[in-house]
Each structure stands twice: as C-alpha cells, then as structure tokens.
Design a protein around this ligand. Structure first.
Ligand code: SF4
Length: 152
C-alpha cells in the first residue's frame, strides 16, 4: 500500500510578499496559454506584442523551446518593481508556489524550501485536497512550446 504523503494533515503557507522567489537569482517563469491570456489582458496588449516585449524562448528538450518571462540584468523578474506589478494576473507558476511537485515531493524538499521562504510553515493551513488541486492544475496548464527555429 502507498504511504500517505507527508502533507496529509495539510501545510501552512502565507505569502509574505518578500519577493525572494522573484528576484536576484536566475530562473524561468514559464507561461501557459491561460497565463498569456491573463497577462496580455491585464496589460491591454495582444499576444504577439506581449511575447515580443516581456518574454523570451528557452531551449527545452528535443528541439523544442518554452515561453518564459524575461528577467532583468540583475536576475529580477521583468515584472518586479517594489513587488510584483502584475500580482493579480501572475502566472500559475507563481500562484501555485510552494505547492510544486519538486517542493512537496518530500519533507526534506519542503524543509529546504522553507529555509529560503519566510511564508512556508506560517499562516494559512492548506489542505491535502487543495495541494492536490494545485498539482493537478500545474499538470493540466500546459506550458507554451514551439519547435526551435531551424537555420539553413
Ligand atoms: S510575475 Fe510577479 S510573482 Fe511571478 S516571478 Fe514575476 S514578479 Fe514574482
């Protein structure tokens, strides 16, 4: 029989808006179709203009690349300025943190994430069902991909 996940009693997390997951370290914020739609609407842009202005394509796997938000030269997210400037339209990757598989896969991974995030293990209690919903949503919201352009 499968062991119950360590988060069966739920996990505490409330974002303190410290922005440590938005800044200072290089990383990718990948976008799904829903993310693109929400962000483009928020900024009154069409998809092409939004992608050209705020995104870049990141080589991913087997000749494909994924759409990610750009970052600044200091590695801050392109939308960070004294906090997230698109907070209510932020991508699912940001909204679902810390309920990512890589963070809730074990107690050790959760504890490691807690060392870099003051919101983990404080505040609101999130049930096992809620955590499972985030995992499902992350799996279902497919990241936008395209084939790598070929050069002659
Ligand atoms: S979109 Fe907002 S919440 Fe997400 S990494 Fe950028 S600044 Fe942070």
């Amino acid at each position: 029989m499968d062991k119950e996940p360590f988060y069966t009693p739920g996990l505490r997390f409330s974002c303190t808006r410290c922005s440590s997951c938005c800044r200072k370290e290089s990383g990718f914020v990948f976008l799904s179709e829903n993310d693109l739609s929400r962000l483009a609407t928020e900024l009154h842009m069409d998809y092409t203009g939004f992608i050209e202005t705020w995104c870049h394509w990141v080589p991913f796997d087997r000749g494909r690349e994924r759409l990610s938000l750009r970052e600044k030269a200091n590695y801050d997210c392109i939308f960070w300025k004294d906090g997230c400037t698109v907070y209510h339209a932020r991508p699912v990757q940001c909204r679902s943190f810390p309920f990512w598989y890589s963070v809730i896969c074990s107690q050790e991974a959760w504890d490691a994430a807690a060392r870099g995030c003051p919101g983990i293990n404080t505040g609101e209690l999130h049930s096992r069902e809620e955590i499972a919903d985030w995992l499902r949503q992350l799996e279902e919201e497919l990241i936008i991909e395209r084939e790598l352009p070929r050069f002659a």
